[in-house]
Ligand binder design. Structure first.
Ligand SMILES: [Zn+2]
Length: 291
């Protein structure tokens, strides 16, 4: 009997918390943010991403499954800066009791013609702020694992900053007349500012707006006047517009950039780090002088 009591006490003392604790349920609004959250949360959480790979979060219509995931979530992470215009209604109508955190909190937003540019993840130092905000949010909801979230975040930040250093060095080598590129929508303002490039785009910072014939004519004139070095298609927008610009300007398409979403599994951009590296490699390949 005494032995049994001892066994019972030992079992209570030695049962690791992780084995009995249910993983917390996290919802992230889009694939890039979802990947960052997975890295920071590690195996301590179940992460559901609403807007998946190659999909456009600017113009998303949430599904019944999305509402269910949000209703069951303990934590929700959104980008903010006006990116997911549908998220507020989704969270409110689902009856979710989750803690909601904005990953861009503390980032100084870029303004494009008076509008806030939401694509802050396209500069790695901002990615570091996202990661710190994610770790802080998770620690608030799940304080007993705070040290683990912090350790995961710090290890991840080392990798992000190494790639930032590499990106800065690689793009610094480009000559002044090989620094202007065209993409379909204006998603790389933060990248341009951080690494000294210029991006022109027929569509603004929101994919919802379609360019008028006049806007397009103005852009084509600008492309011819300003030395544009390369055109890029994107994974989330139709290539038709950029193909038309290629035809009218005689410039070739330098590759595909991942702007607002990761690639499908097996693609070249299945994580935030892989996406950034793919974009860096594509830019360097298209912009480096050929001779
Ligand atoms: Zn966008």
């Amino acid at each position: 009997m005494r032995f049994l009591r001892w066994m019972l006490a030992a079992a209570l003392v030695f049962t690791p918390l992780a084995a009995t604790a249910k993983p917390i349920k996290i919802v992230a609004s889009f694939s890039i943010l979802g990947d960052m959250v997975k890295v920071v949360a590690g195996d301590m959480a179940e992460v559901t991403t609403i807007v998946g790979p190659d999909a456009d979060a600017h113009v998303y219509t949430p599904s019944v499954q999305d509402a269910r995931a949000v209703a069951e979530a303990d934590v929700i992470f959104v980008n903010g800066l006006g990116f997911e215009t549908w998220s507020k209604t989704l969270i409110e109508t689902s009856g979710s009791k989750a803690a909601v955190f904005v990953a861009t909190e503390g980032i100084t937003p870029l303004l494009v013609e008076g509008e806030v540019d939401p694509h802050a993840w396209n500069a790695l130092p901002n990615g570091v702020i996202y990661v710190r905000n994610i770790a802080k949010g998770l620690a608030k909801v799940d304080p007993k694992n705070a040290a683990k979230y912090d350790a995961n975040a710090e290890a991840y930040i080392v990798k992000l900053m190494a790639l930032h250093k590499e990106t800065t060095a690689a793009l610094a080598k480009l000559p002044a007349d090989r620094r202007t590129v065209v993409t379909a929508h204006d998603a790389f303002g933060y990248l341009a500012k951080a690494y000294g490039l210029e991006f022109l785009a027929p569509v603004g910072i929101d994919t919802e707006a379609e360019p008028s014939a006049r806007d397009l004519a103005k852009l084509i004139k600008q492309i011819k006047e300003q030395k544009v070095a390369a055109l890029f298609v994107e994974n989330i927008t139709s290539p038709a517009l950029v193909e038309q610009i290629a035809k009218e300007t005689g410039l070739s398409i330098g590759g595909r950039l991942f702007s607002d979403a990761l690639s499908e599994r097996g693609g070249p951009a299945t994580s935030y780090l892989a996406m950034f590296r793919h974009n860096l490699d594509a830019l360097v390949a298209a912009l480096s002088p050929t001779s």
